[in-house]
Write a protein that binds this ligand. Sequence first.
Ligand SMILES: CC(=O)N[C@H]1[C@@H](OP(=O)(O)OP(=O)(O)OC[C@H]2O[C@@H](n3ccc(=O)[nH]c3=O)[C@H](O)[C@@H]2O)O[C@H](CO)[C@@H](O)[C@@H]1O[C@H](C)C(=O)N[C@@H](C)C(=O)N[C@H](CCC(=O)O)C(=O)O
Ligand SMILES: Nc1ncnc2c1ncn2[C@@H]1O[C@H](COP(=O)(O)OP(=O)(O)OP(=O)(O)O)[C@@H](O)[C@H]1O
Ligand SMILES: N[C@H](CCC[C@H](N)C(=O)O)C(=O)O
Ligand SMILES: [Mg+2]
Length: 483
Amino acid sequence: MKLKDLLKGIDIVEIKGNENLEITGIQTDSRKAIAGSAFIALKGVQVDGHQYINNALDLGAKVVIHQEKVDTSREGITYIKVKDSADAAGKIATLWYGDPSAKLKLVGVTGTNGKTTTATLLYEMFRKFGNKVGLLSTVANYIDGTVYHATHTTPDPLSLNEMLAKMVDAGCEYAFMEVSSHAIHQKRISGLKFDGGIFTNITQDHLDYHKTMAEYLKAKKMFFDNLPETAFALTNADDKNGAVMLQNTKAKKYTYSVKTLADFKAKIIEKHFDGTAVEFNNKELQVQFVGVFNVYNLLAVYGTAVLLGQDPDEALLILSTLKPVSGRFETLRSPENYTAIVDYAHTPDALTNVLEAIHEVLEGNGRVITVVGCGGNRDKTKRPIMAREAVRLSDQVILTSDNPRFEEPQAIINDMADGLNSQQMKKTLLIVEREQAIKTACTLAKEGDVILIAGKGHEDYQDVKGVKHHFDDREVVRNIFGE
Ligand SMILES: CC(=O)N[C@H]1[C@@H](OP(=O)(O)OP(=O)(O)OC[C@H]2O[C@@H](n3ccc(=O)[nH]c3=O)[C@H](O)[C@@H]2O)O[C@H](CO)[C@@H](O)[C@@H]1O[C@H](C)C(=O)N[C@@H](C)C(=O)N[C@H](CCC(=O)O)C(=O)O
Ligand SMILES: Nc1ncnc2c1ncn2[C@@H]1O[C@H](COP(=O)(O)OP(=O)(O)OP(=O)(O)O)[C@@H](O)[C@H]1O
Ligand SMILES: N[C@H](CCC[C@H](N)C(=O)O)C(=O)O
Ligand SMILES: [Mg+2]
């Protein structure tokens, strides 16, 4: 592909050299540069890609796209200075892969919690409508039924557009993807053509990265600010920032709600352990999901289906057949008749919601034992809050490890316990080994009790000092249950 054809829509400051040459590839990682390729230098979080320009050139790259002032003296090299190399990387990636998002009906889901659930259920629903569909999610990526390993919630722009192009090649008509705040902030989604955007909610998380809630909110809002007028923007009217998200969008605005008037409105009729009876826009249905938060997710799915032109009644029929996503409120029953629930709640709000959902169906019959930890090298301020919420809504809490990464596991647990007073500590155990923590919870549980094992959900590893050791909460539970 010709270099100049890749530069459409990019804010160029200066070009030095030939822009009329054939490119063999594009990279943002110097280590992957090949003969004749273009290297885009990104200002990273850890390091600055501009440092590696010569490494890329040594491997044969012929073009450098940069944002900072750099040495442009190497012979035969084209240097393109741009205003924003992250934005350029996104846009160049879309063009390199043939602008796949323009050939798909692409819908992005953003928010602190519920992205994986909503995007995955949309993928499943649209397949049930009979379409070929793609999905990019935390748990896994899918192209019309074929699974691909996911490393991020939202991949880097090159991997992202490569996946979208594969979806186009496979004949997919729709694609649903999670849009993380990191991805918006790092412009991994620049150049993508969305047909719709969904906002789930915003509560505390990722303050290690965004520093303040205001910055976190700004990142999420940017996704909606950049939607085109041809797209729809569907927001949660019950979230206090739901309307804020759509303040400056050009997209057509729609709302969903359980509490107020909205385009898509739900009423909860009855809650039980294997599902919820609800009314969506005055039509009754039974869904196989527990928790009010899941009613919101399902409502967003329903609204999206309708906004994409599907028949509302058929959408409701399919909704009632959908099943929970891997590692989200996954229920396992012990031979002694207590229940273990594995859930991906890793934020204060998610933990509160999932515990409230458990209480709503338990109705005071049976105790709640919660096993929970917090990730290392992530938002430290959520640790004491999560511990307090766990204690407030449980009869017994075991604080344990969840991906300590490069931190000391005991130090993370101590940060959590710092949120508890001596009274609260009385119902709290600290057990560093997660397997031991789960075993202890099972020893303590009696018939009718519920053990919530929170934070890891679908994850099948424990990330310790950069090494992912195999660990799966569900597997541990099944072993204890003798399955
Ligand atoms: C904090 C963060 O988001 N980091 C992401 C970021 O990396 P970075 O900016 O730190 O990159 P860097 O290491 O500083 O390098 C900067 C540039 O120099 C280049 N480089 C580097 C070394 C070299 O020798 N040569 C070279 O060219 C790199 O390729 C890069 O282009 O850009 C990388 C490429 O896109 C991501 O892989 C990386 O994700 C890291 C691994 C990560 O853990 N990210 C998490 C926090 C994340 O993104 N999570 C969200 C979901 C969160 C949620 O909603 O729960 C997600 O979307 O997955
Ligand atoms: N709409 C919601 N509101 C609040 N909490 C939710 C909602 N949906 C799910 N949760 C809780 O959050 C957890 C994570 O859900 P999910 O994986 O769908 O979120 P996510 O936004 O994809 O998370 P991540 O940012 O890690 O990708 C669930 O296990 C559940 O405890
Ligand atoms: N996408 C989230 C996942 C957190 C899951 C939890 N198990 C942890 O490791 O903190 C993050 O990277 O912050
Ligand atoms: Mg997710």
